[in-house]
Write a protein of this length. Structure first.
Length: 323
């Protein structure tokens, strides 16, 4: 079954708050209060269903393992300063471990060094950071996933023409990898395709839609667009609709109801979905192992799949989709 219609209701609440706490009341004590290890998770945001699915997985694993989590994130994925404030606040609570998905791969280094000085293990997730503080990174292989999207978009446009990119950011490692993995594959394997300069919409649907309309206006012969995350993809879908242009192939990243609907209707050729619930589970598992002093691998890869109208009902795909 898809993950899960209940997330839509959760997201509506999450949009109005920046803190969601599982298994304990906020402020109920720092590390190990009541004998249960506390894992403070700082995500990139709440505005996308992806983060709600990560939270769901983290909550499920924490409950199963007798742990507690807090889960916070800024209102938008462009608000690096707010994320740093949230990380500062979580460190002040002295949790037993921290999970961190960086909006900026370098900005958090002083705070991560503070975590080290407090002997709080840090687990990076979704996006890595330019730091040796995190003990591991729980994430999709974003370069490989972006290359898969490039391969399918190249096929959809017949191996020739202009293709654009709308990317969520150029500061996080996930943003860089989803951009570079796509562009590198095109450069190496699609000589007939001209890839336009990447445009950055901050993962914001409205901004990404406006960018898309500008790209189409400047390139009336545009053959395809790649959107590098959920918000970018929804924006691209809307931008193409509003432009009135037919025949533009769209390849997306992540899931969510808007992309599922667009793929089912044929507006999108397909998208790469991660497995955010599994990411949340593995994040908590890694944090608990770190608390217990266990050695962790440098990276813990989570799955990704290319889904289309033809395979969207396959059990493997269904298990990784979220609405």
């Amino acid at each position: 079954m898809r993950i899960r219609k209940a997330l839509a209701a959760v997201a509506a609440v999450a949009a109005m708050t920046t803190v969601v706490t599982s298994c304990a009341e906020e402020g109920s004590g720092g590390g190990g209060g009541g004998g249960e290890p506390l894992i403070a998770i700082v995500s990139k945001g709440f505005q996308h269903q992806f983060w709600q699915a990560v939270k769901q997985g983290a909550e499920e694993e924490a409950e199963a393992r007798g742990a507690r989590i807090t889960f916070v994130g800024p209102a938008t994925e462009a608000d690096v300063e707010e994320q740093m404030n949230m990380l500062t606040n979580e460190l002040a609570k002295s949790p037993d471990a921290i999970g961190f998905a960086a909006l900026d791969s370098q900005a958090a280094e002083p705070l991560l060094q503070q975590a080290r000085s407090q002997e709080i293990p840090v687990i990076a997730f979704d996006s890595g950071v330019d730091s040796d503080v995190p003990l591991t990174t729980v994430a999709t292989d974003n370069r490989a996933a972006a290359a898969l999207a490039a391969e399918h978009l190249a096929e959809a446009v017949g191996g020739e023409g202009k293709v654009a990119l709308v990317v969520h950011d150029q500061t996080s490692l996930s943003g860089k990898d989803r951009r570079d993995g796509f562009m590198d594959w095109m450069a190496e394997n699609a000589p007939g395709i001209t890839v336009l300069e990447p445009q950055y919409g901050g993962g914001d649907q409205l901004e990404s839609a406006n960018i898309t309309k500008s790209i189409i206006q400047a390139n009336p012969d545009l053959a395809g667009i790649y959107a590098a995350n959920e918000g970018s993809a929804i924006g691209v879908i809307n931008g193409v609709r509003e432009s009135g242009r037919d025949g533009i192939a769209i390849a997306g990243f992540d899931s969510g109801q808007a992309q599922i609907d667009a793929i089912t209707s044929g507006e999108m050729v397909g998208a790469v979905t991660q497995d955010p619930v599994d990411m949340g589970r593995q994040l908590v598992d890694a944090a608990l192992k770190a608390i217990d002093g266990e050695q962790l691998p440098e990276r813990i890869d989570t799955a990704f799949y290319w889904y289309t109208s033809e395979n969207i009902d396959d059990p493997e795909i269904q298990a990784a989709l979220y609405e």
